[in-house]
Design a protein around this ligand. Structure first.
Ligand code: ADP
Ligand code: MG
Length: 395
């Protein structure tokens, strides 16, 4: 390892000639130095959280239990300074008080429009690095309308759709030209859902085109945001996780040439179920999700699609891509979750992302270390100027 001392802005700072082979040793140095904050969503109803409570089009969730799982895993990986924090008005002073070096974004935001991108935007302004997506990618991934426009531009299959905002009046699909253009002769069934939703909340199956206005109004009443209308796909449903190329298994770091696609899963429907029920209502168990083998014909498609999305959207940390097939077995991307559930599996309840870790000889703690290591590798390779305070810690 070569160290050079050179002046930056008049201050003597350490610089490092980084190479991936050094990463394990650098992580070792950081274990008792790096101060990490794990964020969960602040509650806008708590006194002192916000100045004025407003509306949140995305169904609010605290995510605190999962933030605790992540914080524990970081500690079990040897990191000694891990702090849990709510994303709310007090965040800046808490980050300062605890002299935080890097932030883990396990938050869905507090309130307001595009809540997922607010924490990364704030951290960009403060100059703090984070494990999470940049503001633009956070907003893009959490907004199915914008994300689907990206998919169309990239040539990635996604169900035909249109968007309606009831502030334009009541949708009249028989009088507007656009529905006929998008859906051609197709008259249903459709899926009506929020553009910024989660866990299948406010997702409706609408059998007839004439019932669309009522369903669209209902979702609009709940969310006060654009409503997405999609062609209903009746085939099996799949998802896959994809993260950056660095991962850790059995104490060893590896760096792949491509993004790391893992946990390809089929979501198992119950008889008569037309859409996958919210995990808020039915937890994810082995009965609800079946891990696919590497040889399953659909696995290759899922891996290729997820890696393409990761690279073409220039993603920098974990997402979970949700897909469904049509009656002929063609795979379509429904959405890409910017903050997939990272619950630690226990007591038969698991998360879709962690289901396939065993196939890569990885534990939950390995996954958490991998996500941190991958992010540091990216910063040290491409954005060292953004983490000078962390480089200093390595000296
Ligand atoms: N176009 C569609 N065709 C068939 N099922 C759909 C469609 N869109 C959504 N669903 C069902 O609704 C569920 C939730 O939709 P999704 O787009 O993944 O949003 P979210 O998970 O953010 O609520 C999916 O898991 C799937 O079961
Ligand atoms: Mg989904």
């Amino acid at each position: 390892m070569s160290w050079t001392r050179r002046p930056v802005e008049g201050l003597p700072v350490y610089d490092i000639d980084y190479d991936f082979l050094l990463l394990a040793e650098l992580l070792d140095r950081l274990r008792d130095r790096l101060r990490i904050a794990v964020l969960f969503s602040g509650d806008p109803n708590q006194p002192g959280a916000v100045i004025h409570k407003t509306h949140n089009p995305r169904p609010w969730k605290s995510y605190e239990p999962v933030a605790i799982d992540i914080a524990k895993a970081l500690q079990e990986n040897g990191f000694q300074h891990v702090h849990l924090m709510a994303e709310d008005m007090r965040l800046i002073s808490n980050l300062e008080k605890h002299r935080i070096d890097i932030v883990w974004l396990n938050t869905g935001g507090v309130q307001g429009y595009d809540p997922m991108c607010q924490a990364p935007a704030l951290l960009e302004m403060l100059g703090l690095p984070y494990i999470g997506h940049n503001p633009l990618n956070s907003a893009t991934l959490d907004n199915k309308r914008i994300f689907k426009h990206e998919l169309l531009a990239l040539g990635v299959p996604t169900p035909p759709f249109l968007c309606w905002n009831a502030s334009r009046g009541i949708l009249n699909p028989r009088r507007l030209k656009r529905p006929a253009y998008v859906f051609e002769e197709y008259e249903g069934p459709f899926v009506v859902k929020p553009v910024s939703g989660r866990a299948s909340l406010h997702v409706h199956v609408v059998d007839s085109i004439d019932d669309l206005p009522r369903a669209v109004s209902e979702v609009y009443q709940q969310t006060r945001y654009h409503v997405l209308i999609e062609r209903y796909l009746s085939g099996p449903e799949f998802c896959i996780a994809v993260a950056g190329p660095v991962s850790s298994s059995k104490g060893r770091l590896i760096k792949r040439e491509k993004p790391f696609a893992f946990s390809p899963v089929e979501r198992v429907f119950e008889t008569g179920e037309r859409i996958f029920t919210s995990m808020d209502q039915k937890p994810i168990t082995q009965q609800r999700a079946r891990l696919l083998s590497g040889e399953a014909p659909v696995t290759e498609t899922l891996v290729a699609l997820s890696q393409q999305i990761y690279l073409d959207l220039n993603l920098k940390t974990l997402v979970r891509v949700d897909c469904r097939t049509d009656a002929s077995g063609n795979v379509f991307v429904l959405e890409c979750n910017p903050k997939p559930d990272l619950k630690k599996p226990e007591g038969g309840i698991t998360s879709l992302v962690t289901l396939g870790l065993g196939d890569h000889q990885m534990t939950y703690n390995d996954l958490i270390l991998s996500l941190l290591a991958d992010r540091l590798d990216h910063f040290l390779t491409h954005r060292k100027q953004n983490i000078r305070h962390i480089v200093q810690l390595l000296s």
